[in-house]
Design a protein around this ligand. Sequence first.
Ligand code: IPD
Ligand code: CA
Ligand code: CA
Length: 273
Amino acid sequence: MLNIAIKAARRAGDIINQASRNLDILNISKKSRSDYVSEVDRAAEEAIIRIVHDTYPNHAILAEESGISGNEENTEYQWIIDPLDGTTNFLHGFPQYSVSIALKYKGQLNKAVVYNPNNNELFTASRGGGAYLNNQRIRVSKRTRLEDCLIGTGIPFRDFTHFEAYLMMFKDIIPHVAGIRRPGSAALDLSYVAAGRYDGFWEIGLAPWDMAAGSLIIQEAGGLIGDLEGNDSYLRSGQILAGNPKIFTQLLQIIQPHLSEALIENHRAALKH
Ligand code: IPD
Ligand code: CA
Ligand code: CA
């Protein structure tokens, strides 16, 4: 099944690469404020779903552009797909975007692929089988002192419900760390934590397809991932904190005092589901 996910991610990557050579002629539409979708997102998603369904016609699918499809009754196997994570970057020719594909088995993430078609980096993981970058085993960083750490984040740009709380976290984290980065593809951000390129990452307002693959890759690389209270509701709440185990705990302590009522409520609602 991991091989099918890899095949699908590479096929989507080919479509994205080809389109990136002619950005000027792309058809782009706006889903909402600061939320663009191009024909490439749709074509890549269709290609992924076709490859998955050719082999597993009975599996359920949750994909960003087309929503739920396939056999919805299938509660054992569900594929979670973001065909192009980092569309804004892609549309600007800013080379930081990816294809993200995860497979849930009996409600648990089981396989994961994040593929960067710009540099051919392929991050993969299977539950219990470790995490890999281009077939080489990866592990989270060993840094223990926040002041040495490079931290990734996503700055809100679409939904500003939690903007004030986010800014307070940002303000409080900056003086404690070596640097903060906001490259613009959450799936790659999470994979970078797994590969030890960042020591930690946080973001508010993500969708399941942004996080599913990257979160298994982090766990299989020995990292921790949770919501902003350190629990495991992140796929539902969209608030996410990740890092090597030591840094995860330290970031959690800085973030906690800035959790607004709205964030706590969002977290509670996610736990109930
Ligand atoms: C976005 C990227 C970005 C994150 C956004 C996501 P998209 O995904 O992952 O880094 O900050 O919240 O929506 O829309 O380009 O697939
Ligand atoms: Ca995304
Ligand atoms: Ca996307």
